[in-house]
Design a protein around this ligand. Sequence first.
Ligand SMILES: O=C(CO)[C@H](O)[C@H](O)COP(=O)(O)O
Length: 367
Amino acid sequence: MEAFTSSRTPTRKERCASEADVKSFEEEAIAKAQEGTWQGPALAEHFGPTEFEKGGRGRFPAARPQRQQLLTPAQLRLVNAEKKRNVAFKEIVLKSNRRLRVKRINYLRKVRYKQRSLVQEAMSFVRTARRLLAPSQGVRLLKSRSVLPLAAGAGVPAVRGSMYIRMAPTQDELKKQVGYKAVDDHVKSGMVVGLGTGSTAYFAVERVGQKLASGELKDIVAIPTSKRTQEQAEKLGIQLATLDTHPKLDVAIDGADSVDPSLNLVKGGGGAHFREKIVEAAAKTFVVIVDESKLCDGLGPHFPIPVEIVPFCHEHTARVIKSLPALEGCDPVLRLGSAANNKRDGDKPAVTDNGDVEFWVEYVGQG
Ligand SMILES: O=C(CO)[C@H](O)[C@H](O)COP(=O)(O)O
């Protein structure tokens, strides 16, 4: 009996946790076990030290026989109750470990399933792409291991027998390809060249600059169709002139906004069509460079028709345009924002290089 040095025997309440305490400890134990921070049933810490735990050992302390002899029957009951709880905790830990294992297996199954469905999705995309896209649209579908596997999702392994695709060039890449090719095929040393305006013509101007710098082209005289193109050409060291000194051009290269099957064009989305028309009309050969987004079945609905007019009484001019029988079903809209791109940005009238304003004659259907 001398093992208990305190003046009185601790009450059951002091030594043993209430049912609610045990429950909350169990819940905490399960939660910790699930997070992987479970350190064992730290009963002493949780419920306060007991003589039993002082004498116990290991993770689930067992009462030593000689100590049991020192306990009163009431204390022995407490010890046994505590032992039972330890067994219960052990079971909880084992159960939660099992639950964690099951969870992990389910997670891995889900990941594998997702990977498999991504690969299937990729393959069905390739099949659809093969059906829909013709090689003439700039996309070449290959079945070869020498090109990149379809990027259907990061980390999806290429599977045996999978399809491979070379991704379609972007619109900018297509613009560059046609811009460069036009110069490579049509511009020779000693020529007078009309330089168009816009994001496609930009690449043609760039190519002329490159070829002059490399010495592949010599004695080129260029006539720009806008202030923007003039600035780009000057930066590239291209010699510039005007129609006043060079009225005949060997070739002019420019983009367009719409091209119908008979090669009729809408031009001027970039706000430079007034000068473009004057310069390009003076060229022996006019090379139009477009990507496939510009092709249409008929002019009108595909892209509004830009009309440059003097600012004087422009509202009156708009009414006159609207009343033209040939433009039935069309509506002239004052172009706002910048004239330098074919977007409607800003809220002030767009002003061209010539100080004019523009209407975009929009097709709104049969009037
Ligand atoms: O007519 C033009 C500029 O007045 C452009 O050539 C036309 O708008 C096409 O531009 P982009 O090549 O940027 O699409």
